[in-house]
Design a protein around this ligand. Structure first.
Ligand SMILES: Cc1ncc(COP(=O)(O)O)c(C=O)c1O
Length: 451
């Protein structure tokens, strides 16, 4: 497998937005990942199939570390974006930390080799068992999202005989212009974070609690944000808080500005990290705080594609439907967030007429689609399509709805393809289920009044 990269190929790749952020390139009309042909991967491992560009992921981690590394900095990769062990392993190996939201993600992160002292734990509904798990693991900090959670954490820490490291997640009441309301988390009406005044009071009132060790402060204002400006507004709020707290003797170690840095779903550039760093670094350097960032999408988004095979074409009324073997169960972003993903033929076909089509999956939901009213070359049944920029919130949000096994995942590294997760089987789906013995009559007795 492989191919050489000619001039024309490079310019085409640039047109498709695949340069320089990802290793997906079109070579002689066929899409490749670092020299590995995607069509061959589809044939070998079947479809739907997630394919990840390992080098692309590593480059993104290194980019964050280079751009923000001028001051003490921890990249806490947001595991929810893509929590596959092989991916986590590569990110951990680069010295990054992890941002987690459940005991399950904690276990994944630890198993993949993230040192506990580089793990931060967010989430509005951590259970007692999750607080205990985090404490026992020795994580860097709990990002506490309510007064009630702080109370529970203090109690659990007391029982466990060790102080809990804490950063309050503050809701700065910042409107972030994300593409969908569901990905905005920094405004007052959001369930996330603690309002500024209340958070400040909690820092002050609980400063002497021997079970709590206040280490930092956290904000996360949303996801797929394309401009630095909302981050700067949140930073302004948080700096005001830490300055007031420091003036009253409560000194924190770190400021966590969350994740959400936008990527180029349309093939363009994502958020300008360098521009953001120019604004964020000086006030932190001046005050001597460590910076934590929690990117997920930016690290893995562009480094993943979802390969899907066209099953049928259908024309109905005014619509053309391209029916594929992947749908909302494999990639829910289009349906859930109205997320846009480019969809490219893996093999170009010169004479294909251009059409406007809905690309839909086999799931029994009208909301099951990968694209709507998309202008594209008309594929033929059997063709493989690549759904681009699918590395984040693709597999992790996949479901078994309609009793569909989740897809396989392949990691390409050094021009080799590794199967990092086998395709689920139908047997996997029924694991853990039991059927209790039927009652003697075999049917429920009629309740009075029931038909
Ligand atoms: C607390 C927190 N941090 C980080 C992230 C990562 O966001 P993104 O993948 O957009 O960078 C999220 C996403 O929901 C989050 O809730």
């Amino acid at each position: 497998m492989g191919g050489s990269l000619g001039e024309g190929v490079l310019s085409r790749a640039a047109e498709e937005g695949s340069v320089p952020r990802s290793g997906f390139r079109r070579v002689e009309g066929r899409l490749t990942c670092r020299g590995v042909e995607l069509e061959e991967l589809a044939a070998e491992f079947g479809t739907p199939l997630y394919v990840y560009d390992g080098e692309g992921i590593e480059e993104q981690v290194a980019r964050f570390q280079a751009v923000f590394g001028e001051i003490p900095f921890l990249l806490a990769y947001s595991v929810k974006a893509n929590g596959s062990l092989a991916i986590l392993d590569r990110i951990a190996a680069l010295g990054a930390g992890a941002d987690i939201v459940s005991a399950g993600e904690l276990e994944r992160a630890l198993r993949a080799g993230f040192p506990p002292e580089k793990i931060v734990f967010a989430g509005v509904g951590k259970t007692r068992a999750e607080l205990i798990a985090g404490l026992r693991a020795g994580i860097r900090s709990f990002h506490v999202e309510s007064a009630g959670e702080l109370e529970s954490l203090s109690r659990v820490a007391h029982e466990e005989g060790r102080a809990a490291p804490v950063g309050l997640r503050v809701n700065p009441d910042v409107e972030s212009p994300t593409p969908h309301a569901y990905t905005r988390t920094g405004h007052a009406a959001s369930k996330f974070g603690i309002p500024v005044e209340e958070a400040e009071a909690l820092y002050r009132n609980r400063a002497d609690d021997p079970n709590l060790d206040f280490r930092g402060i956290d904000v996360h204002i949303g996801s797929q944000i394309m401009e630095a400006e909302p981050y700067l507004r949140a930073l302004h709020v948080v700096l005001g808080m830490v300055d007031r707290l420091a003036a009253s003797g409560i000194r924190l170690e770190y400021l966590d500005l969350g994740g959400g840095f936008g990527v180029g779903y349309d093939g363009g550039a994502g958020l300008d990290l360098e521009a953001l760093a120019r604004e964020v670094i000086p006030p932190l350097a001046e005050r001597g705080y460590e910076l934590i960032l929690e990117p997920g999408r930016t690290v893995v988004g562009e480094a993943g594609v979802l390969l899907t095979r066209v099953l049928y074409l259908k024309r109905s009324g005014i619509k053309t439907f391209v029916i594929t073997d992947a749908g909302m169960t494999e990639l829910i972003r289009p349906s859930h967030y109205e997320g846009f993903h480019r969809i490219l033929p893996v093999r170009e076909s010169a004479g294909a007429p251009r059409v406007i089509a809905d690309v839909v999956g086999p799931i029994c939901e009208s909301g099951d689609f990968l694209a709507r009213d998309r202008e594209m070359p008309l594929p033929r049944p059997g063709d493989v399509l690549a759904v681009k920029t699918a590395g984040a919130y693709g597999f992790t949000m996949a479901s078994n709805y309609n009793a569909r096994p989740r897809p396989a995942e392949v990691l390409v590294e050094g021009a080799e393809a590794h199967l990092i997760r086998r395709r689920e089987s139908v047997e996997d789906l029924m694991r853990g289920e039991t059927i209790p013995p039927r009652r003697a009559s075999g049917r429920a007795p009629k309740r009075p009044g029931s038909p």
